[in-house]
Ligand binder design. Structure first.
Ligand SMILES: Cc1cc2nc3c(=O)[nH]c(=O)nc-3n(C[C@H](O)[C@H](O)[C@H](O)COP(=O)(O)O)c2cc1C
Length: 314
């Protein structure tokens, strides 16, 4: 990408704007839930104008302290976390976090989670009343809470939950689903059939690490969600498969660290890309990635990011 194309002095400025249903993002890069707090924590560390949207930490009905420490363990090529949805609860979020989030120079998407459909519905009803909120990411895929299985491990439950939420809200609904299933396409289709506007994939994979001296797991919760560099080929494959079988926009992510990674996801069919684990070390990575995407578009003489979507040649 160092070789700049000859443009006879004229700079081609490509369109970077993308749409997730009725939600327009000024750039195709979003910050993944749980890795960017509520935005305000990153003030001064990240340039928000490069970010299409911040997806908040998942909010539950009641405040949660999360799982016992240690909750983060760095492996050779990725990160294990067992945070367990630590969050202040919906009422504190609305009162204290939202006003600051709404003032940042970027859009935001509120991630919500729960232990029953009733909880998801109650949170959605509370958020429905707030006009600044345009979109909800429905987290159906947290690996760190004690449920028999994650909602998005069942196509029936995925459909049932999203259909019920679709009935009570007009806000843009984004379903965040787990890669821990035999066939992710079936789950994605169930979400689409329920009237979901967009998909967010993937959440973390289950993983663990063991301290052999102490013969104990490194995470307080024994196992956790695995993310970062190592999962990129796994998540890319799933985005590619889902995009070829569904017709709603996809936020693709898992292991993205560079512009090249992001472009791979666009070629595989993603409309937008999410940065997760990379934010923990480099919260301003969106800027570098956006620059790289623009450079790629210039070199390839492509005037619109949307033209990249699904343009993989096979
Ligand atoms: C520390 C940490 C906390 C996370 N918390 C949440 C969360 O609250 N809700 C959620 O939907 N995903 C959560 N995730 C998953 C990320 O949003 C993302 O889907 C996943 O890490 C894969 O992307 P990555 O490899 O770029 O990190 C968390 C990930 C990490 C590393």
């Amino acid at each position: 990408m160092r070789n700049r194309p000859k443009t006879n002095g004229k700079r081609l400025t490509a369109n970077l704007r993308v749409r997730l249903g009725r939600l327009t993002l000024e750039t195709p890069i979003v910050c993944a839930s749980g890795t960017f707090g509520f935005g305000e924590e990153l003030k001064g560390l990240a340039h928000f104008k490069n970010i299409g949207a911040i997806i908040t930490k998942t909010i539950t009905l009641k405040p949660r302290e999360g799982n016992p420490p240690p909750r983060i363990f760095e492996t050779e090529c990725g990160v294990l976390n067992s945070v367990g949805l630590e969050n202040p609860g919906i009422d504190v979020f609305i009162k204290e976090k939202l006003p600051k989030l709404a003032k940042l120079n970027t859009k935001f998407i509120v991630s919500i989670g729960g232990f029953s459909l009733g909880e998801y519905e109650e949170i959605t009803r509370k958020l429905n009343k707030i006009k600044e909120i345009q979109a909800l990411e429905i987290n159906l895929s947290c690996p760190n809470i004690k449920l028999k299985k994650m909602i998005s491990q069942s196509k029936n439950l995925t459909y049932h939950f999203l259909k019920a939420l679709r009935k009570i809200t007009n806000k843009v609904l984004i379903a965040k689903i787990t890669p821990e299933v035999t066939d992710i396409v079936q789950i994605a289709k169930a979400a689409e059939d329920a009237g979901t506007d967009a998909l967010s994939l993937v959440n973390t994979f289950f993983g663990m690490a063991i301290n052999i001296e102490e013969k104990k797991p490194y995470l307080g919760n024994i196992y956790g969600g695995y993310s970062g560099r190592a999962i990129k080929p796994l998540s890319l494959y799933r985005v590619w498969r889902v995009s070829s079988k569904t017709n709603i926009p996809i936020i693709g992510g898992g292991g993205i660290e560079t512009a090249g990674d992001a472009i791979e996801f666009f070629l595989a069919g993603a409309t937008a890309v999410s940065l997760g684990t990379i934010n923990l070390a480099y919260p301003n990575r969106a800027e570098t990635i956006l620059r790289g995407i623009k450079e790629y578009l210039r070199m390839k003489k492509i005037k619109d990011t949307n033209k990249l979507r699904g343009s993989l040649i096979v």
